[in-house]
Design a binder for this molecule. Structure first.
Ligand SMILES: C[S@@+](CC[C@H](N)C(=O)[O-])C[C@H]1O[C@@H](n2cnc3c(N)ncnc32)[C@H](O)[C@@H]1O
Length: 273
């Protein structure tokens, strides 16, 4: 039987329903109050990760790769990326730093032991299964990240809105995903500027999980280059798609005729040299 969220997604993909959906969404966006959440999961957007073996593979050319995962929550996003790098680039010298403002979430990340309560799911995808095999020592319901991966990933308290965060600099790759959607425009502008500042010229940023209107407006002054690669695939892989238009944090169906299509829908950006 088709699940409710699949039904919802299918219903609002048709043009007339999409028009109604936009009205509902705009209303929800105005009325619902925004609140941060630590919701995350392993392998949240595998299609996005695979860009590192495609157009962004040049980032690994120097033999080292430094990554910052801002808003890392329980660490699932950082470890998903870690598993991908370990599998795809066995000789690459990579490090990942994760920061968050939730001390509870950081405690889970530091322990690197996971159950369904903190982001483990059932993986049917072949790549996800390979990543699980590379990442975890699996014992019953509790899976522990293997030491060779754990040693390359660090977690610390860090607030992207703070002055201190300006000292995070020169990362080859910066992930700032699924927390700016919960911020008002002014805070999101500060967070985005801090993330851009943390990336080195020539580096890349993953910026999924922003309100598409706000994103288009706020990105303009930074002159980042949106990557035109598998945009629709990554968009449809985003779990926020299934509840549009009912939640302010949900994600609209892709619309090729939107002006600023690339900036609006790409989640991968390059920082010019
Ligand atoms: C919804 S989770 C997303 C986790 C992960 N990035 C992902 O995409 O799955 C958002 C995380 O961002 C963190 N966060 C919110 N505001 C932040 C800030 N100002 N600085 C750093 N982290 C923040 C929250 O505590 C939460 O753990």
């Amino acid at each position: 039987m088709m699940q409710l969220d699949q039904l919802n997604r299918r219903l609002f993909s048709f043009a007339p329903a999409r028009w109604v959906g936009r009205h509902i969404y705009n209303r929800q966006r105005r009325r619902q109050s925004r609140a941060q959440s630590t919701t995350t999961k392993f392998f949240r957007n595998l299609q996005q990760l695979t860009v590192l073996a495609g157009p962004l593979s040049y980032l690994a050319d120097s033999g080292t790769l430094s990554v910052l995962v801002a808003g890392c929550s329980y660490g699932c996003e950082a470890f998903s990326l870690a598993g991908f790098l370990a599998l795809q680039f066995p000789h690459l010298n990579w490090t990942i730093a994760g920061v968050d403002i939730s001390k509870d979430a950081l405690r889970v990340a530091e322990a690197a032991r996971y159950t369904g309560a903190h982001g483990l799911g059932i993986s049917t995808d072949a790549l996800a299964q390979k990543l699980e095999a590379r990442l975890f020592d699996r014992s019953g319901d509790e899976w522990t990240v293997l030491m060779d991966i754990r040693d390359r990933v660090s977690f610390a308290y860090g607030d992207v809105l703070s002055e201190e965060f300006r000292s995070f600099k020169d990362y080859d790759l910066v992930l700032g995903q699924n927390f700016m959607i919960h911020m008002g425009e002014e805070e999101a502008a500060t967070a985005l500027a801090a993330l851009v500042n943390a990336s080195r010229p020539g580096g890349a940023l993953f910026l999924g999980g922003m309100d598409t209107e706000t994103k288009t407006k706020l990105l303009a002054p930074h002159k980042l280059i949106p990557l035109d690669w598998n945009i629709a695939g990554i968009h449809e892989d985003d779990m926020r798609r299934s509840t549009w238009p009912w939640n302010y944090w949900s994600l609209e169906p892709i619309n090729r005729s939107e002006k600023d299509y690339l900036t609006r829908y790409s989640t991968i950006f390059l920082k010019p040299l």
